[in-house]
Design a protein around this ligand. Structure first.
Ligand code: NAP
Length: 329
């Protein structure tokens, strides 16, 4: 570790000198990357702990949860929309004074105790870093999917569902997202097919019960998509029944893919340990294999990816970052 001869803290920014030369200037206590529930919670806890903190989000704050039309399991706020919930979190963090920069991180130097983060616009120095970059939708990887994305292929029912009023759509997947999407779309569409690759859903029972009650939803079990077909818009899909090996076409106007997520780790990839699915490995303190770097929320490996677990990680990560700063700076 670098030994400094003199350090001053002015307005929360520490400036250190060694042999008359400024070695560190404008070093943040904490940088948070990602402004979803984990990042927002980290911002709230960091501001309350008076850490000199800056937050980054490459596009809009909120994370994936903004696309959830109804969050029914966040304690104390039943039936709130995902958008409203994260908007409340954002207001809370902003009222405490968090500054959010719309910049994308594209490099990180961890060789010094002070980490250097480079964005598309600037360079920042920080003692600690919380990665709360969340996850992105997984693709089916079948012929026609990429070409027809935005032309009938969608990964977000709440964003695009309104385009399919009175039409026929297919939803792919058997988890909470696909089942929620199918239920949501059944309110708008004439007919919804739910295609699942097995004969049993992964979604929670309460959602399954709602799904099975809806008459305009038809579940196609043991069924996978082989190809998405259409000229300038989705017209049909070729599907295969994995038990009977029957292959047939299904005429649809829209295809909603809800088959899970994969972590957004891009430039962190080479420096952090990951599990087999690519999620960042952390301990109970949300600490990664690099001292002073924490992962919180859906980007981290964990048994349950929910808003409450993301929020919990955000708080734990800040607590750990504070301890690290006290012990190391
Ligand atoms: P998920 O739980 O991982 O489910 C993904 C589904 O897609 C599974 O049924 C899986 O099939 C299927 N699948 C995966 N790859 C496929 C492929 N290549 N082709 C066809 N099907 C494929 O993912 P999710 O539903 O997106 O949910 C992600 C996380 O968010 C979960 O932890 C969920 O509980 C959480 N969530 C929380 C809330 C909330 O808190 N209110 C709301 C929505 C989601 P198998 O079952 O055969 O593996």
């Amino acid at each position: 570790m670098i030994k400094y001869t003199t350090c001053y803290k002015i307005k929360g920014v520490r400036r250190c000198y060694s042999k008359g030369v400024i070695i560190i200037e404008n070093v943040y206590d904490l940088l948070i990357v990602g402004a979803g529930p984990a990042g927002m919670t980290a911002a709230i806890y960091a501001k309350r702990a008076k850490l000199n903190t800056l937050m980054f989000e490459k596009s809009f704050p909120g994370g994936q949860v903004v696309n959830t039309y109804e969050v029914d399991n966040y304690p104390g706020l039943p039936n709130i929309s995902g958008y409203e919930l994260v908007d409340k979190m954002r207001s809370h963090a902003e009222n405490l004074g968090i500054e959010i920069k719309t910049e994308e991180i594209n490099a990180i130097d961890i060789h010094e105790p002070v980490k250097v983060i480079k964005t598309d616009k600037n360079e920042y120095k920080t003692k600690t870093l919380i990665i709360a970059t969340g996850a992105k939708w997984k693709k089916l990887g079948v012929k026609g999917e990429k070409e027809l994305t935005g032309l009938g292929v969608s990964y977000c029912a709440t964003c695009d569902g309104a385009f399919y009023n009175g039409k026929t759509v297919a939803v792919i997947g058997g988890g909470d997202v696909a089942v929620e999407d199918a239920i949501f779309l059944s309110n708008l569409c004439k007919k919804v097919y739910l295609l699942h690759r097995r004969d049993e859903l992964r979604a929670v029972k309460i959602l399954q019960d709602k799904l099975f009650e809806l008459e305009n939803i038809e579940i196609l079990w043991n069924t996978q998509v082989k190809e998405v077909i259409g000229e300038n818009k989705v017209e049909k899909i070729t599907v295969i029944n994995t038990s009977t090996k029957d292959e047939y076409e299904l005429e649809i106007d829209g295809l909603f893919v809800g088959i899970g997520t994969e972590p957004n780790i891009n430039f962190f990839e080479d420096i952090l340990d990951k599990d087999a699915q690519g999620y960042i490995i952390t301990d109970v303190n949300c600490e990664t294999n690099v001292k002073g770097i924490y992962a919180a929320g859906d980007v981290a490996n964990k048994p349950l990816r929910q808003i409450v677990t993301a929020v919990s990680d955000g708080a734990v990560a800040v607590y750990s970052a504070e301890r690290y700063i006290i012990e190391n700076f």
